[in-house]
Design a binder for this molecule. Structure first.
Ligand SMILES: [Ca+2]
Ligand SMILES: [Ca+2]
Ligand SMILES: [Ca+2]
Ligand SMILES: [Ca+2]
Length: 316
C-alpha cells in the first residue's frame, strides 16, 4: 500500500498541522467561492429587477392603450352634438423642457441616433418596396390598396429609430343610450403631463359640459400610465385619392363634404422600463424602454350612424 498520501499528515507518530501556505490557499479558495456565489446572486437579483421593471412597463402601456381604445370606439360624429375630434402633436427634439428626445440608442445601426419622426413615413430614406408589409389577401385583393408599395406605420424601416413625440388627442363620446337629451356632453382629452407632482404621466381628462349655459364644466383627470416618455397618435385620412396617415387632425381643417372623424387612429405609447429613477439617468446613457402600438378602427363603429354615413367617402 502506498503510504505517501495517507501518512503525509503523520510525522514521528504524531499528526502534523496544516502549513501556513495550505491555510492561505484554503482561505483563498473559499474567498473566491463566496465572492463568485455573491456576485451570481446579485446578478440574479438585478436580472429579476430588470424583468420586473419591463413587465410593469408593458402592463402600464397595455392598460393605457386598452382604455384609450375603449374610449375611441365611442367617438362621436353625429347629430346629437357638434362633431369634435382633434389630434395635435409636438416632437420633443430641441425642446429644453424635457429629459429625453429618444431612447439614445441607434436601433437600426445606421450611425444616426433617434433620427426618424413618428409619422408613418420613411424620413431617413432606408425603406424599400420590399419592406412593405401590406398583405395581398387573395389574388388582387390587398389589405389596403392605397398603401401598397408605400411607407406605412406597420412597415419595416418606417419609424424604426424614433424621436419621441407628445400628442394630444381629444374627442367627444356618444352619450349613453339611456341619457336624457339634457345630459352633459362628455369630452375626452389625452395628453402627457404632470399628476400629483410626478412628470411623464399619460393623463385622461374628462370634461362634462352641460347644455345649460350657466352650469360650470366639470373636469376630472386620471392617470392612465406612468413614466411615459412618448405618446404618439397618427390619424388616417380617408379622403378618396388622398388616403394617408396624418400627424395632426382637426375637424376644423376637414374639407366640406368629408368625414369629421379620421377612419382610424394609430397610437404608440413608450414607457420607461429601467430600474433606476428616470431623473437620475446620465444624459448620455441609453434609456431602457418598451413601446406598444395599436391601430384603433374609429370608422367601423361610427359607420352605421346616418349622419356619418352620408358624409363617408368611398374607401377603395
Ligand atoms: Ca439610427
Ligand atoms: Ca433610438
Ligand atoms: Ca427609415
Ligand atoms: Ca418616420
Amino acid at each position: 500500500m502506498n503510504c505517501a498520501s495517507a501518512c503525509s499528515r503523520v510525522r514521528n507518530g504524531r499528526p502534523r498541522g496544516f502549513t501556513l501556505l495550505e491555510m492561505l490557499t484554503a482561505v483563498l479558495i473559499l474567498g473566491l467561492f463566496f465572492t463568485g456565489a455573491t456576485l451570481g446572486f446579485v446578478q440574479m437579483l438585478r436580472a429579476k429587477d430588470r424583468t420586473q421593471a419591463r413587465l410593469e412597463a408593458l402592463g402600464n402601456a397595455r392598460h393605457a392603450l386598452d382604455r384609450i381604445g375603449n374610449d375611441l370606439h365611442l367617438a362621436r360624429s353625429g347629430p346629437a352634438g357638434p362633431p369634435f375630434f382633434g389630434v395635435s402633436r409636438f416632437d420633443l427634439t430641441n425642446t429644453t423642457a424635457t429629459l429625453f428626445s429618444g431612447n439614445r440608442t441607434d436601433d437600426d445601426q445606421d450611425t444616426r441616433v433617434d433620427e426618424e419622426l413618428v409619422d408613418g413615413a420613411d424620413n431617413d430614406g432606408d425603406w424599400t418596396t420590399s419592406d412593405d408589409l401590406h398583405a395581398e389577401l387573395t389574388s388582387g385583393v390587398v389589405e389596403r390598396p392605397t398603401l401598397r408599395g408605400k411607407p406605412d406605420p406597420g412597415d419595416l424601416h418606417v419609424d424604426e429609430d424614433n424621436q419621441y413625440a407628445w400628442a394630444t388627442v381629444q374627442f367627444r363620446k356618444f352619450p349613453d343610450a339611456t341619457a336624457p337629451p339634457t345630459s352633459a356632453t362628455e369630452e375626452i382629452r389625452l395628453y402627457v403631463g404632470e399628476y400629483d407632482g410626478e412628470a411623464n404621466v399619460l393623463l385622461r381628462e374628462q370634461i362634462l359640459r352641460s347644455p345649460v349655459s350657466t352650469d360650470p364644466d366639470i373636469y376630472t383627470t386620471s392617470p392612465l400610465a406612468f413614466n411615459v416618455l412618448s405618446f404618439n397618435a397618427l390619424a388616417w385620412d380617408p379622403t378618396p385619392n388622398n388616403q394617408k396617415w396624418m400627424t395632426g387632425w382637426s375637424v376644423g381643417a376637414v374639407p366640406a363634404g368629408y368625414p369629421d372623424l379620421p377612419a382610424a387612429l394609430n397610437l404608440t405609447v413608450t414607457v420607461y422600463a429601467g430600474t433606476r429613477p428616470l431623473a437620475t439617468l446620465p444624459p448620455t446613457e441609453p434609456v431602457e424602454t418598451v413601446s406598444l402600438n395599436t391601430t384603433v378602427d374609429v370608422e367601423s363603429v361610427v359607420a352605421g350612424n346616418p349622419d356619418y354615413d352620408s358624409l363617408r367617402p368611398t374607401i377603395p
